[in-house]
Design a protein around this ligand. Sequence first.
Ligand SMILES: C[S@@+](CC[C@H](N)C(=O)[O-])C[C@H]1O[C@@H](n2cnc3c(N)ncnc32)[C@H](O)[C@@H]1O
Ligand code: SF4
Length: 447
Amino acid sequence: MQFSELVKKYDVPAPRYTSYPTVPYWTDTPTAQEWIESLRRTLTRDKNYSIYVHLPFCETLCSFCGCNTVITRNHNNEGEYLEALEKEWKNYKRLVPELESLLPKQFHLGGGTPTFFSAAHLERLLSNFLPRRGSAATQVEGSVEVDPRHCTREQLEVMYAYGFERISIGVQDLDPQVQRAVNRLQPLEMTQATVDSARSIGYTSVNFDLIYGLPKQTLASIAESMKKTLELRPDRIAFYSFAVVPWMKPAQSSLEKFLPNAEEKRHIFELGRTMLLEAGYVEIGMDHFALPDEALSQAMNSGELHRNFMGYTETKSSVLLGLGASSISESEDCYHQNEKNLADYYRRVAAGEIPTLRGHRLTEQDMQRRQQILDLMTRFETEVTLEQRETVRGLLSELIADQLVDLQEDTLTILPAGRPFLRNACVAFDDRMNAARPRDNLFSKAV
Ligand SMILES: C[S@@+](CC[C@H](N)C(=O)[O-])C[C@H]1O[C@@H](n2cnc3c(N)ncnc32)[C@H](O)[C@@H]1O
Ligand code: SF4
């Protein structure tokens, strides 16, 4: 079957599996005490942990955006938010004393727009968590999401001084018509200036976020955007499918009449992907491409690729501690999400609480399924138990017949041609979702 026919056939709603169970199927929220005990237990076994700090503010709303944001031009918010983050971190250190002396292995600033915060505020934030470059034997792997429309050299220098070497730049699309349609004007020169600044400061890895399926996108426009992107030669490229979820993000409703139809979207994806592969990028699991000598490609080759709420990483850590409003954390047997509402988040951290919104305590079966899905997402192979085998064979019969996956005895393998359909294969292991159909309204389409 032609690639385009396969893309059409497997374009059904499916999760992106940055967690298992996926958030809509979390059922068993841990109490604060259970969550803290789980964190401590996991940290005793594995001292490698990562911190994610969510900085939610953006000055304007990009109408495609599916992230947890607070839109404001009021920069007085910065100080109040920082204070709350500092309180939250103190609360954690009081309850999990191990954190007082353990440096995180990875530290990620995400958003919203982290560079909404001034250089001085970023410095204050980072000094709570990290040593300055050169002052400690081990340096954390720091990374940040950067919006070139709001990013100064000074901000990049401050983060570099705390060990940051990776930036992920929000590009989305370089075509002015598409940019106008999504309320995000960002000339190529602006993106280029951020790349040049970062590289000249010493950042070693530059990622671009691009999205296909945006309003007004055409085959000609994506070809041009991709050509310009490739000229800047980012080390990594995330090529996301536009997740259209207007029931959760009402601003997306105004875009619907300008969207490419399903078939056009699929062709846009195929063209973009082909251009990336022809330019020498390697396809990493889902949505991601990297240059062959880049750490992510090497981790994929050596079987060390990992995936969590932050997406693909080459460093495995058993705890991801998410701080800030709406942040999600993960331990070996729990997920935990913070309050999304700013006022509630502020109030609860000020009262010395862990600001739980919801979470999930994983059962033994959840943990087994989580490992299988993670194996598929990172190593393209997983073990299938005897009891599962016939169910999995049934659920994947079409993918098997189309030679996209191979099920031999106790091993399911994603064949090279099946990599673009990874999430369709993972669905066979998603007992929670499969037990709770219909699912069509919960997730965006796979392609
Ligand atoms: C927090 S933003 C990045 C940082 C910064 N706010 C910016 O936009 O440059 C994270 C990324 O999520 C992706 N994203 C946001 N909404 C999306 C959607 N509805 N579908 C697919 N990707 C989306 C975008 O590519 C975006 O760069
Ligand atoms: S895409 Fe980035 S800048 Fe735009 S609204 Fe979303 S988080 Fe903010």
